[in-house]
Design a protein around this ligand. Structure first.
Ligand SMILES: CC(=O)N[C@H]1[C@@H](OP(=O)(O)OP(=O)(O)OC[C@H]2O[C@@H](n3ccc(=O)[nH]c3=O)[C@H](O)[C@@H]2O)O[C@H](CO)[C@@H](O)[C@@H]1O
Ligand SMILES: C=C(OP(=O)(O)O)C(=O)O
Length: 426
């Protein structure tokens, strides 16, 4: 298993190009199941999770061509050969559940393994299932699989989510594009990935209004067609690399970055006395993030659905606040067990107390390098960030978690002066 070694204490300077969004691509790929015409996704990230979604779609009979070294995915679901998403793939990645809505909408039948819990929480999919039932699907559970049927096709309905779910909104949005009549999704997620999915579905011929607000209306159409769609920039990768110069010192320009994707992060970084500036288009555009002289200021954070502070940046922000002058607080309100990075950060000298979903972080003057273990995707990258600032050597093991969501991480940070290397082992 590969490990990543970091020699900390190097201020960063340079440019980092932001890749296409993992979480957008993971919902755009299953959208291809809605049509027998090709869907071409440009600006796709090259990540383990994308390979897993490709494997899942291929297991259903999709043909996928990786063009331009995987930057462009050409997906055809013209000849589906299976209606079953098997456990051995689904267990690797929860986003696999996103094939359920599109398969059911186009074929009136789908069998998808239930994903099961994961490190950051139980993560049930009840909202996905109840929503599809509202559209007329009949669902049964057998052998750990959801068996879904709608032989006469799905029928539009009002679906009011009791709380915001990104995945359930995506599954229902896709399913509703081919349902008979009008579907109204209430209390829908407003994440940029939802807006991107709606834009792609619209290019394919879907009729959608209100994406990006909490009420989305979909007029079902008989069929969808071919489209080419660029995957939006990855706001979690962007946010992670914005925190890198904040914690390590220096100044980094993030290209392909959009302020609107990370508004809540920018607001908290500025409160912590980190400078975030727009780079003029004439100079290539993007955002410049710089550490000011002196200590980081402590801040209060509560994670929330978009446009609130994203749970996917909570661990990275906690790493930064370990070095603040004073006491910060973080409330994790989306997932019940998303503090696995805390004991690892503590091994590097951080002072963090956890009470339920709340963390109190008492800033220390410096962190010290240590061998640490990655437990999930964002927890792993918070250890990389801490390692950039720490004195001495940090070695992060189990980096396969990182490879799910960060493309060429060592290269991107190394180009800005970080002393970071992958230790490959067979
Ligand atoms: C592939 C992808 O896009 N993953 C993102 C997506 O995950 P995902 O779509 O799984 O997250 P949700 O927004 O659905 O989850 C929000 C909360 O609702 C709960 N819940 C969700 C569905 C359901 O049927 N029942 C239920 O109880 C979850 O356990 C969680 O506590 O949004 C999360 C919240 O922004 C991000 O952290 C993930 O990176
Ligand atoms: C939690 C994440 O992904 P997933 O929903 O695929 O587990 C993430 O991207 O941080």
């Amino acid at each position: 298993m590969d490990r990543i070694r970091i020699e900390g204490g190097q201020p960063l300077s340079g440019r980092i190009a932001i890749s296409g969004a993992k979480n957008a691509c993971l919902t755009l790929m299953p959208a291809a199941l809605l049509t027998d015409q090709p869907l071409m996704l440009t600006n796709a990230p090259r990540l383990a999770d994308i390979a897993t979604m490709s494997a899942l779609l291929r297991s259903l009979g999709c043909e996928i061509a990786n063009l331009q070294g995987g930057r462009v995915l050409a997906i055809s679901a013209a000849n589906l050969t299976s209606d079953t998403a098997h456990y051995d793939i689904v267990r690797k990645m929860r986003a696999s559940i996103l094939v359920l809505g599109p398969m059911l909408a186009r074929h009136g039948r789908a069998r998808v393994s239930l994903p099961g819990g994961c490190a950051i929480g139980a993560r049930p999919v009840d909202l996905h299932l109840k929503g599809l039932e509202r559209l007329g699907a009949s669902l049964t559970l057998a052998d750990g699989y959801v068996e879904a049927e709608a032989p006469g096709g799905l029928v539009g309905a009002e679906v009011a989510f009791p709380f915001v779910s990104v995945g359930a909104t995506e599954n229902l949005l896709m399913a509703a594009t081919l349902a008979r009549g009008t579907t109204v999704l209430k209390n829908a997620a407003r994440e940029p990935e939802i807006t991107d999915l709606a834009a792609c579905l619209t290019r394919m011929g879907a009729r959608i209004e209100g994406a990006g607000t909490d009420t989305v209306t979909i007029e079902g159409v008989r069929s969808l067609g071919a489209a080419t769609h660029p995957v939006l920039p990855d706001r979690v990768e962007l946010g992670t690399y914005m925190i890198a110069p904040a914690i390590a010192g220096g100044s980094v320009v993030l290209t392909g970055a959009e302020r609107g994707l990370v508004g809540a992060l920018i607001e908290r970084l500025e409160a912590a006395d980190i400078a975030v500036e727009d780079v003029p288009e004439a100079e290539g555009g993007g955002l410049r993030v710089s550490r000011r002289n002196g200590r980081i200021l402590p801040v209060e954070i509560a994670t929330a659905p978009f446009p609130g502070f994203p749970t996917d940046l909570q661990a990275q922000m906690m790493a930064l606040l370990c070095l603040a002058e004073g006491e910060s607080h973080i409330d994790e309100r989306i997932f019940e067990n998303r503090f696995m990075h805390v004991p690892e950060l503590a091994r590097m000298g951080a002072r963090i107390d956890i009470h339920g979903g709340s963390a109190r972080i008492t800033g220390v003057e410096r962190l010290k390098g240590a061998p640490v273990m990655a437990t999930d995707l964002r927890a792993s990258v918070s250890l990389i960030l801490a390692g950039l600032a720490a004195e001495g050597e940090t070695v992060v093991s189990r980096v396969y978690h990182l490879d799910r969501g960060y493309e060429r991480l060592e290269e991107k940070l190394g180009a800005c002066g970080a002393r970071i290397a992958r230790l490959s082992e067979d």
